[in-house]
Design a protein around this ligand. Structure first.
Ligand code: ZN
Ligand code: ZN
Ligand code: ZN
Length: 370
């Protein structure tokens, strides 16, 4: 991932400490996962040697690091100091010492239990909490630099969608898996560092929202659902477009018109202060009113950022008000088991000027030649 200016991390650390004070957290510990690079620009190696950032509410943050991995870290003295440990040291004992008298400790969601369980044994009277309580308010509100990267990733995904629409990505006679690999290669060619997924689902397979692209050969006269995304400079893209090979039958055309209207209603609903569930309701009510409600079987969207799916979720029951910088998908779908499925997905960022879509690829059910 691209390293931001040191001042960005200084600012984030100050904000996380404010959240820690507000929530009575004495110390925050982060290992593998996305919270660590968010605060330090460093991604821990997901191996058996412990990397651990210890952020006390007051005082300096310390990053324990296996000595052999220390050269990977870009040091930022105004953010954290580095504490390398040697092969024969006990890093859990060191972490325990660095934590000192902290009573309430928030732990990164993805820290491995092998480390946490051992640390718990050292500290029987510590109260443990999840890092999401102090990190979520920061990470869900993307700053300008993060939005710029999300927009660049979205534009790259759009270019691949345009290749799908133009017929440049050949479909008929190829397997879903083959087309999936092709889309993945194109995501990389357009600037992503990594492919996260490329769902390609033809005909009746499109009725399974998280279908795994397989050996099914794509034929003329069917709908093909493509949902793909990758990571670019540490941030994710995620887009869904459907194409139809040859003339669109009336039942599919009719349903797609409803889907298209539902998706744009969902996008438009994302104004500041609207509860997240309002975005879901806006999209769902269009689909319900047209009689397809029972075939829209998932939530309308998920937050996106360093992770493909993160807070906030656009789902009934989530009353969290939308705030400037919230980035999320709007992706209603209609799935008729055994027949066909369709979904339309854009990433949207909430701004004080209204929702800003980060995807602009053609929203129609584009007809591609057999
Ligand atoms: Zn999904
Ligand atoms: Zn998607
Ligand atoms: Zn999505």
């Amino acid at each position: 991932m691209k390293l931001a200016a040191e001042s960005v991390y200084v600012d984030r650390l100050a904000r996380v400490r404010k959240e820690m004070s507000a929530r009575g957290v004495d110390s925050l510990i982060l290992s593998v996962g996305h919270d660590l690079p968010y605060l330090t620009g460093y991604q821990a190696m997901p191996l058996e040697r412990l990397t651990l950032l210890v952020v006390p509410r007051e005082g300096d943050a310390t990053m324990l690091i296996p000595r052999l991995e220390a050269p990977r870290v870009v040091e930022m003295p105004s953010v954290f100091s580095l504490l390398p440990w040697n092969e024969t040291d006990d890093p859990i004992a060191i972490a325990h010492r660095v934590l000192g008298s902290a009573t309430t400790v928030a732990v990164g969601d993805r820290m491995w239990s092998r480390f946490l369980v051992d640390l718990i044994a050292h500290r029987p009277s510590t109260v443990w909490a999840r890092s999401v309580t102090v990190m979520e308010p920061l990470r869900s509100r993307k700053d300008a630099a993060e939005i710029a990267v999300l927009a660049a990733a979205g534009a790259a995904a759009d270019r691949v969608a345009a290749q799908l629409h133009s017929g440049e990505i050949r479909l008929v006679g190829r397997t879903e898996a083959d087309v999936s690999a092709d889309i993945g290669a194109r995501l990389i060619a357009e600037g992503h560092d990594k492919v996260n997924f490329a769902i390609v689902a033809a005909g009746e397979n499109a009725a399974s929202p998280h279908h795994h692209a397989g050996s099914r050969v794509i034929r003329g006269g069917e709908i093909v659902l493509c949902d793909f995304g990758g990571t670019m400079d540490g941030y994710c893209s995620d887009i869904t477009r459907c194409v139809h090979i040859g003339e669109v039958p009336a039942d599919i055309a009719e349903a797609y018109a409803v889907l298209h209207e539902a998706q744009s209603a969902g996008v438009r609903a994302g104004t500041i202060g609207t509860p997240c569930e309002g975005v879901d309701a806006a999209a769902r009510s269009v689909i319900d009113a047209a009689g397809y409600g029972e075939w829209f079987v998932h939530r309308t969207g998920h937050g996106i950022g360093m992770e493909e799916h993160e807070d906030p979720y656009m789902v009934r029951g989530n009353a969290t008000p939308i705030e400037p910088g919230h980035a999320y998908s709007v992706e209603p779908g209609i799935y008729i088991p055994g027949k066909w499925g369709m979904r339309l997905e854009d990433i949207v960022v909430a701004t004080t000027d209204g929702p800003r879509a980060l995807n602009a690829a053609n929203h129609d059910l584009v007809v591609v030649a057999g």
